[in-house]
Design a protein around this ligand. Structure first.
Ligand SMILES: [Zn+2]
Length: 265
């Protein structure tokens, strides 16, 4: 009886010590973190478009408020990369439009594309702002501007560079397919085709998925291969977030005010 009680006590005490899923190893100075969501970068400002001026102002504001950028996949490591005194932010970009990553006719990186601005900002603050960002790319849609950043001659170069420069490639299906409206077999095929393209250019496994329109497939086993699934809205994530339902915040003025208490311009 005594032996059984001791064994029971050991089991209970071990259960009590087991870390919760995704629990950070050391105490964190923050309790939540934002995952920002960008679509088009260009003019004018709109529901789905951020101007270059506003994008630069977003980076300035985040840096001034002690945010530190991570790729989405980096949050799987329990925020260990975030320096003391900083708090994490993830910048994500959906739909791979040219405004996110463009080369000019002379071969130079467009300084008003998101990647151009991220690089310039990193050059200004190399220690405080590493080159991070997660790009959820599309391969083939009816809008050529959104197919792998819209410049067919530069596809391989861009996808390789994003990886080499420290950023992350993520899956957004092959053709922006609504996973709730296609059969599980068709959903799987769309993801397979997307991953085949991304795997060719990324030296790393693809672990992140952004759901088109935030719609889950009817058969969730289809997306089991991903470690992180990003939704389209939801606000801040707690540090013990659900990796298969990562909430995001659209980077638009009303959302900055609502979730960051950032003053209106
Ligand atoms: Zn999308």
């Amino acid at each position: 009886m005594l032996a059984r009680t001791v064994i029971l006590l050991i089991i209970v005490s071990q259960l009590g010590c087991a870390p919760a899923k995704n629990a950070p190893v050391k105490p964190l100075a923050f309790t939540s973190f934002p995952v920002l969501e960008y679509h088009l970068i260009g003019r004018p400002e709109g529901r789905w478009q951020r101007t270059p001026e506003n994008f630069r102002a977003d980076l300035e504001w985040l840096q001034a408020n002690n945010y530190y950028p991570l790729n989405l996949r980096d949050i799987l490591d329990g925020f260990g990369a975030v320096p003391a005194g900083k708090r994490p932010v993830v910048l994500t970009f959906d739909d791979s439009s040219a405004g996110q990553f463009r080369y000019l006719p002379d071969g130079k990186l467009d300084p008003e594309s998101a990647v151009g601005m991220l690089k310039a900002f990193h050059d200004r603050y190399p220690a405080d702002w590493p080159l991070r960002g997660t790009f959820f790319v599309l391969m083939e849609t009816s809008s050529p501007d959104r197919n792998l950043f819209g410049q067919p001659e530069s596809v391989a170069k861009k996808l390789r560079q994003l990886t080499e420069w420290g950023m992350e490639l993520g899956c957004h299906t092959y053709s922006h397919d609504r996973l709730d409206r296609v059969s599980p077999a068709a959903a799987k095929r769309s993801l397979d085709r997307s991953l085949a393209v991304l795997a060719k250019f990324s030296g790393r496994p693809i672990v992140s998925l952004s759901l088109p329109l935030g719609k889950f497939p009817t058969d969730r086993t289809v997306i089991e291969r991903f470690k992180l699934v990003a939704e389209v809205a939801g606000g801040m994530n707690p540090v013990n977030y659900d990796p298969l339902q990562v909430k995001r915040i659209q980077a638009m003025d009303s959302e900055w005010q609502r979730f960051f208490k950032r003053a209106a311009k």
